[in-house]
Design a binder for this molecule. Sequence first.
Ligand code: GLV
Length: 324
Amino acid sequence: MTTRPVVAITDPLPEDFLGDLEHAADLVCAPADAPGVLADPIVARAAAVEGLLCTLEDRIDGAVLDRFPRLRVVSTLSVGFDHIDLAACRARGIAVGHTPGVLTDATADLAMALLLACARRIPEGIETVRRGRWGRWRPARNLGIELRGKTLGIVGLGKIGRAVARRARAFGMEVVAVRRTPGPDPADDARIVDLDTLVTRSHVVSLHVPLTADTRRMVDAAFLSRMRPGAVLVNTARGAVVDTNALVEVLARGHLGGAALDVTDPEPLPPDHPLLRLPGVVVTPHVGSATRTTRRNMARLAAANLLAGLAGRPLPHPVPGAPG
Ligand code: GLV
């Protein structure tokens, strides 16, 4: 008879990602073709589940927590935790952990990749070649925007914001930033300015804030209209930080030069969404942390949070404001 604690995994991970967790816990996993916290095999063992390894796709609220009476740790395979009701976890004494730090470089790389794709119209170029429309080299065709000498405005100078700032400086950009909470001295990474200065001066605005009640739709019609004509918006944070309808409207009237989005609201973005019909829009399917190295490291942190919580130790990577 096993005495190992039962841990539910809401989306299967490669076997070699789980490390010690595989031996330390009795794992019950949602099937690959029907992932989710309420997948049948998980619901069947719900009464015994003590640890939950979830993803940002799983909404963990009071109603879900009530299905797991023995739950002691929620460990999300993400740095963002806006999908978890922290008050509901706190009320039940459930520890909550996440995976900060290990996805900084992968996400910053993607922000730069999206910016370059948008500035240099790469998707359009690929489409031209694929459709057999690569004609004569023309001096005035396929012209994009050069990054050197342009100003990048970083909204949220946390780990990822700073990593983007360092990359942008290597491309010859001037970097300004706003931050809501005091952090380490930005040194050479960026010049701290107020939000109005950032919005009105930047050629590119890149979002790096978590989704909270304060940041939900902070990029609204007023924000977007105050951006420089021809500016580019980059979002690798959370889709709901931006008011999507307002973004469609400013792009449609030609005020912005483009939008490079790894996250959208709604998500997934339906293929017939008006955003996808607008020129200068580049969208990827929430892949900021999607490298093998980063996902493996995220799994390592998520497993460490679970092992600590199940052993009654403080989590190594607790979510701020949740019982750790
Ligand atoms: C990805 O969006 C994450 O929060 O890890």
